[in-house]
Ligand binder design. Structure first.
Ligand code: C5P
Length: 336
């Protein structure tokens, strides 16, 4: 029997634009993801031998839990057998726009092959991840990334220094499909050249700032979230909390995903603590941005007992091949 305890880190959308409805029923996004230190924990035990059997101990009995779906998907893909016992300890608020279900699914995709001593190429994991949810591929990589398409076309960005984060989790559940519907976006084919230019220009400035060699200068002013309009209209108390964060000196103070988590970013822990005092009794969590290097280090630590570091994280052929290959096929496959 082998056992690992792995982290499943949450994300924030530092910025999130929804451009239009696509033919496949999803929306075309422009987002910047950033992982943070807040994490669920998955304890995974594998008893090799015999036919595949997967059980999930989920004290919250989350309906439609993606953990089991991910486990069956990767077991089938990698032809994994034996008995798997998974326990999920939830810390990321559910329905809060921080990708809690998606990160749990990605954690399962990363951990199960490692535990079974089987290498599954990243490109294959990415395909499985997208079949589970639009945000899942991002969590295979972590750190900061530009997300296009449904959010699965990923380009690595730098994580700004500092990044002390105060999360306000008011416990309001926002349905993601409903939030998309409330935006009432036109079909992408109806978008004109001029419509989204001012917001896209702001978004471009954010991406350029975070793609710089030393990311960070002035990035805060470019963060936006299209969901804030309709979600705040329905829940005005969220708008009030965001204003409080802003008045307390957060830069930026925004909602993550389709809500309802609000986040404020501060340059120092001291400034964050002062802000926390001024928020009164709202439920808050203190955390910090987690860069891709720290994300990967946390995963390596968690899996150190079961994999040699050269085996993990799984590499794309494009990432490990000669530079000529990389030149001919740049972009998302090379995210590292
Ligand atoms: O991909 P995921 O299962 O997380 O998406 C949940 C729902 O959110 C989708 O069924 C869809 O209604 C909406 N969605 C969307 N466009 C995206 C991502 C999600 O319309 N890019």
């Amino acid at each position: 029997m082998r056992e690992v305890v792995v982290p499943a880190f949450a994300k924030l959308n530092l910025s999130l634009l929804v451009l239009g409805r696509r033919g496949d029923g999803y929306h075309e996004l422009r987002t910047v993801f950033q992982t943070i230190g807040l994490a669920d924990r998955l304890t995974m035990r594998h008893h090799p031998g015999g036919a595949l059997r997967i059980t999930l101990d989920d004290p919250l009995a989350i309906p439609g839990n993606l953990v089991l779906k991910a486990a069956h998907a990767v077991a089938e893909e990698a032809n994994l057998g034996g008995t798997w016992e998974i326990r999920l300890d939830k810390r990321i608020p559910m329905g809060g726009g921080m990708g809690g279900g998606s990160t749990d699914a990605a954690a399962v995709l990363l951990a199960m092959p490692a535990l079974a001593g089987r290498a599954v190429p990243m490109a294959v994991l990415e395909k499985l991840a997208l079949s589970l949810g639009s945000d899942v591929p991002f969590f295979l990589h972590g750190g900061a990334a530009l997300g296009l398409g449904r959010g699965e076309e990923l380009y690595p960005l730098g994580t700004p220094a500092g990044g002390y984060v105060l999360l306000v989790t008011p416990g309001i559940h926002v349905s993601t499909p409903e939030a998309f519907r409330a935006l009432a976006r036109p079909s992408v084919s109806e978008l004109t050249f001029t419509d989204p230019v001012p917001t896209l220009e702001t978004f471009r400035a954010l991406a350029a700032t975070l793609a710089a060699t030393r990311p960070g200068y002035g990035w805060q002013q470019y963060c936006q979230n299209d969901f804030e309009g309709p979600v705040f209209l329905r829940h005005p108390e969220l708008a009030a909390l965001r204003r409080k964060l802003e008045r307390a000196g957060a830069g930026p103070a925004r909602m993550s995903g389709s809500g309802s988590t609000l986040f404020g970013v501060f340059p120092t822990r001291g400034k964050l603590r002062e802000a926390r005092e001024s928020l009164g009794g709202a439920p808050v969590v203190e955390t910090q941005f987690m860069s891709r290097a720290r994300y990967r280090a946390a995963w390596r630590r968690a899996l150190a007992e079961v994999v040699r570091t050269t085996q993990w994280p799984p590499q794309n052929p494009y990432a490990s091949n000669a530079s000529s290959n990389r030149r001919s096929r740049p972009s998302r496959s090379t995210i590292r």
